[in-house]
Design a protein around this ligand. Structure first.
Ligand SMILES: Nc1ncnc2c1ncn2[C@@H]1O[C@H](COP(=O)(O)OP(=O)(O)OP(=O)(O)O)[C@@H](O)[C@H]1O
Ligand SMILES: [Mg+2]
Length: 298
């Protein structure tokens, strides 16, 4: 279990004369044993954030602290050590070695840190059992389905028993049903193995098993909510949930009142002063209602 702390993280990419600010003063805290989902538009800095937490890249400013280790200050050698022992990565495109079997793919990270053959084979088999793939352990990636490949990739991420799992769109290439199985697997990694997990995803079935969901925009976390709040937001517009229905009715009513007021003014039934006064009040109310409605749309 790991605790992850990001403080005022800034990441600026420089390509020739062009600078891209990918993260701007981003703050994030993920508790030990928490499953946190990160959502946000393309280019908002999600992958950049995972790379900084995982020690794949270094921030331009700010700090990343994982279990008291200031990752953003580690030297290259220590970073390699940190990545191998503390972090398990899961990517969208499975990241398996095509010429190796499932078993060998899971053994590989252990081989890299010098675990003896016998022990790593035993553990790889256990891990493949955990993800439900013991019957497929001698298959190569191209002989496995997408969901099976991702399960091998997850087993491989768990090989050195890292307390922290980082996943970037792990179900991006999978159909909904398979995506649900992978979500279920992540849930078990948290509940049964006590892993701290951070997942970048657009997948609602993963978001629903999260402890909290953080929304990132333009390199900053702009909101953190619970799955229950997301459910309200996701389900409401479709299912016609009471609150949004009421708000939408209220919005339509206000729009009608504004139209009526404009008509009265046009027909000179009311003075300009009265019009401006009543118009600005109605507009303010309308904005409030629209603001409220927008809270329910994700
Ligand atoms: N190596 C790089 N060099 C220059 N700019 C980069 C680099 N990596 C990312 N960027 C830029 O930084 C910004 C954030 O990119 P990032 O990959 O973190 O976004 P993302 O939220 O993961 O997007 P997506 O949902 O499309 O994967 C983008 O504007 C991107 O173009
Ligand atoms: Mg990305």
């Amino acid at each position: 279990m790991s605790e992850v702390l990001c403080e005022r993280l800034v990441k600026i990419y420089k390509t020739g004369d062009i600078e891209v600010v990918a993260l701007r003063d981003l703050d994030l805290r993920v508790d030990k044993g928490e499953l946190r989902v990160i959502v946000g538009p393309s280019g908002s800095g999600k992958t950049t954030l995972l790379n900084l937490i995982g020690g794949i890249d270094q921030p331009s400013a700010g700090r990343v602290v994982v279990d008291g280790i200031e990752v953003s200050k580690l030297a290259r050698r220590q970073l390699v050590e940190y990545r191998r022992k503390k972090v398990g990565f899961v990517f969208q495109f499975f990241n398996l070695i095509p010429t190796l079997t499932a078993l060998e793919n899971v053994e590989l990270p252990m081989a890299l840190v010098g675990v003896p053959k016998e022990r790593r084979r035993k553990r790889a088999i256990e891990l493949l059992k955990l993800v439900g793939l013991e019957a497929r352990m001698h298959h190569r990636p191209d002989q496995l389905s997408g969901g099976e490949q991702q399960r091998v990739a997850i087993a491989s991420a768990l090989a050195n028993d890292p307390p922290l799992i980082l996943a970037d769109e792990p179900t991006g290439e999978l159909d909904t049903v398979t995506g649900k199985q992978i979500a279920e697997l992540f849930r078990r990694l948290r509940d049964e193995l006590g892993k701290t997990i951070i997942i970048v995803t657009h997948d609602v079935s993963i978001a629903m098993i999260a402890d909290r969901i953080s929304r990132i925009r333009d390199g900053k976390i702009i909101a953190t909510i619970t799955p229950a709040e997301l459910e309200v937001a996701e389900v409401v517009p479709k299912e016609g949930y009471e609150i949004v229905k009421m708000l939408e009715e209220r919005r339509e009513q206000l729009k009608r009142e504004i139209a009526k007021l404009e008509e009265e003014f046009r027909l000179k039934k009311i003075s300009a002063d009265e019009f401006v006064d009543r118009y600005s009040k109605l507009k303010t109310k309308l904005e409030e209602v629209e603001e409220e409605i927008s809270k329910y749309s994700i």
